[in-house]
Design a protein around this ligand. Structure first.
Ligand SMILES: Nc1ncnc2c1ncn2[C@@H]1O[C@H](COP(=O)(O)OP(=O)(O)OP(=O)(O)O)[C@@H](O)[C@H]1O
Length: 299
């Protein structure tokens, strides 16, 4: 029997005047799961996350966590959040601010904060106002992870971080997931989501247009073949070939999308002097772009 999800969004709708930013969205994240939320600019990712955190009041539906909502302070204390809107007091030293956050959370050990600062190469002695944006982002990350939260809500947490730090943050996220936390993670960086997420959802104009495990998405990746022939192909040679979903012929070159066995294809082209076969399987990036592109086309 599956446990109740730690993040549960049901029929969430958020309208800003005429604009529907989130449209009847259903989304759940279980304990020990990282859910990657993807989508083009303006798709509704931040609005979804801000609704979950209680910063935005839903027009309809429910955005809940840990069996309640973020308005319940006892539950909120078990949540870690990184968003683009974290406001940090510029006059404080990073370490002072982090101690203050730790106290708010009922006391977080200095050793834990020190360990996180070390993992992210953050100097707690520096004043917030003197920190680069990447270093301020590190402060936001330390405060989100310091109390070992059961739920992590991360809105583009690696924005502005170099690749080495990005890797450190992803490892922190994995560590929490492995300890049983539910993680909702939005990002523009497809390889990072592919690397870290157990499941992904692609939002477009406030709706979930695709949701699946990374493993399944890889499975449906299309197989592409390019065949180059010695001479121009006779018209119609590659029409209606079993196992071939799409064909484009340009002179001596044929581009094919294969969705089954290539046996008939091989029989058809035998005797036509195939000089080269180039095989390329779509990766997740290609799949995501299919969905992103549809959004662009709709504009
Ligand atoms: N407070 C607000 N008032 C009016 N419109 C808003 C408000 N917040 C968001 N929107 C609109 O809602 C839509 C969704 O925005 P949202 O920030 O959730 O998208 P996003 O997927 O996070 O985009 P990005 O990747 O660019 O951060 C956009 O059209 C945005 O302009």
């Amino acid at each position: 029997m599956a446990e109740a999800p730690l993040i549960e969004i049901r029929q969430l709708t958020k309208r800003f005047g005429e604009l529907t930013a989130v449209d009847s969205l259903d989304l759940t994240v279980r304990a020990g799961e990282i859910y990657g939320l993807l989508g083009p600019n303006g798709a509704g990712k931040s609005t979804t996350i801000r609704s979950l955190m209680g910063f935005v009041r839903p027009t309809a539906g429910h955005a809940g966590l840990l069996g309640g909502t973020a308005h319940d302070l006892a539950l909120r204390a078990r949540v870690g959040y990184v968003g683009g809107d974290v406001v940090l007091d510029r006059g404080l030293r990073a370490g002072e601010l982090l101690r203050w956050y730790g106290d708010l959370r009922g006391g977080v050990g200095r050793a834990r904060v020190g360990e996180l600062c070390e993992r992210l190469a953050l100097d707690p002695g520096r004043r917030i106002g003197q920190l680069s944006s990447g270093n301020r982002q590190k402060v936001a990350i330390v405060q989100a992870f310091m109390h070992d939260p059961d739920v992590l809500v991360l809105d583009e947490p690696t924005a502005g971080l170099d690749p080495l730090l990005q890797r450190s943050v992803l490892q922190l996220v994995r560590d929490r997931r492995d300890a049983g936390a539910a993680v909702l993670f939005s990002s523009h960086l497809l390889p990072e989501v592919e690397d870290i997420a157990d499941r992904v959802g692609i939002l477009r104009t406030g709706r979930l247009v695709r949701e699946d495990t990374i493993a399944n998405l890889r499975e449906i990746a299309r197989h592409r073949l390019e065949l180059r022939f010695a001479t121009d192909l006779p018209p119609g040679l590659l029409d209606g070939v079993d196992g071939v979903a799409a064909v484009e012929v340009d002179g001596r070159t044929a581009q094919l999308v294969v969705d089954g066995s290539v046996a008939e294809l091989v029989r058809r082209v035998a005797g036509y002097g195939v000089e080269r076969i180039i095989s390329h399987d779509d990766d997740l990036e290609d799949i995501f772009f299919t969905y992103y592109q549809a959004e662009e086309d709709a504009r």
